[in-house]
Design a protein around this ligand. Sequence first.
Ligand code: DAS
Length: 431
Amino acid sequence: MKPGDLIELVLDDEVLKGTLVQSPDPETIVLKLSNGYNVAVEKSRVRKTVLVSPLVEASVIKKPRQVEMRKGLPLISILHTGGTIASKVDYRTGGVVARFSPEEILAMFPELNGIANVTSRLVSNMWSEDMRLAHYNVMAMEVRKEVESGADGIIITHGTDTLHYTSAALSFALQGLGIPVILVGAQRSSDRGSTDARLNLLSAAYFIANSDFAGVAICMHETISDTSCLILPALKSRKMHTSRRDAFRPINALPIARVCYDERGIEFKGDYRKRDKKSRLGLKLFNEGLKIGILKAHPNMYPEEFSSYRDFDGLVIEGYALGQLPINAVDEKTNIHSRNLEELRLLCAKMPVVMSSQSIYGRIQLDVYSTGRDIKAAGVLGHLSDMTPETAFIKLAWLLSNHSKDEIRLLIAKNLIGEIAERSEKEAFLI
Ligand code: DAS
């Protein structure tokens, strides 16, 4: 038998049925069960194996056929960057391979055809943990191509791990965007019974085709069930769970909308930017060579943790709560904290250092405690910002790419495009 065959393993106490997957260990057999999960069985436990049906080679579509364009339906361009959403498990390798041609996407999600005219092409084929500033520039330029070709909306399929960085980056890079650009990921690949890919993609397409929203946003599951998806703010969302399908949550903000695809319902949660196809799209991109760090405060910090960034262009600090750091020499065990403060001062003299909070929710407030006041006096920026560390990182990169250091000091904690909430919504906590 070979990987991809559907087989049964007869054990003493049960019969396991699934698709044979390449096993890393010659002494075990790995099956992908119908629910999409893998199980490994020691060969010694197998009394009998039965070939249920051999692997049927998927018909590889050589030349993409022209996808028929139907009058009256909006045009949605799907740009693929990789990640789990548009992928299937290749049983021969056990790995995940991307599927991205129009036909393959339409074949996997045929309902798309009923929602819009769909074009689909590959921009990159990578896990999102490998994204760099350069990739944000590529995506922004590809979006501009689709806008110029008359797309009514764009879906970008993307890995989930850094999806919220990319959504923030495109929000800054795409100036004057008059159509929706929705980022969609999936926590389970499309061949698994529990995949979230279908509902996320269909909900994003339905939202584009049936609303007048413009701008960048994220579309992911609202709960672990397949009941609804949320359209989430591109600058104020975060992946808050390693594996749940409802991992993405709004931070210091409310969702933009809820989409109940099966009921064909869209429920907006508040104000949003309206579509304007006359709007002129301009690009303000990233300087790909920038070196920007993120330093998380922790007990027992050393000055070297600050000075190690001396050759960088900028630094985001994830401070404690309102923005505190270990800079107070309060007893003989904390004398080293004076050197922490000194190194922080030296950094601030060389580059923009922006405070964010490892509490994730809430706002930086450097005036409440003497610690915060000393940090502010050292030159740390970000007072009153409620940006997540990730959005602060992206905003700092974009400001360093397009503004002077003096301007950055004025702009970093000023709301430009919705990255900082003018007022805090008390219900926008753990929703
Ligand atoms: N590694 C993950 C990523 O590409 C897989 C996924 O979640 O899509 O972000």
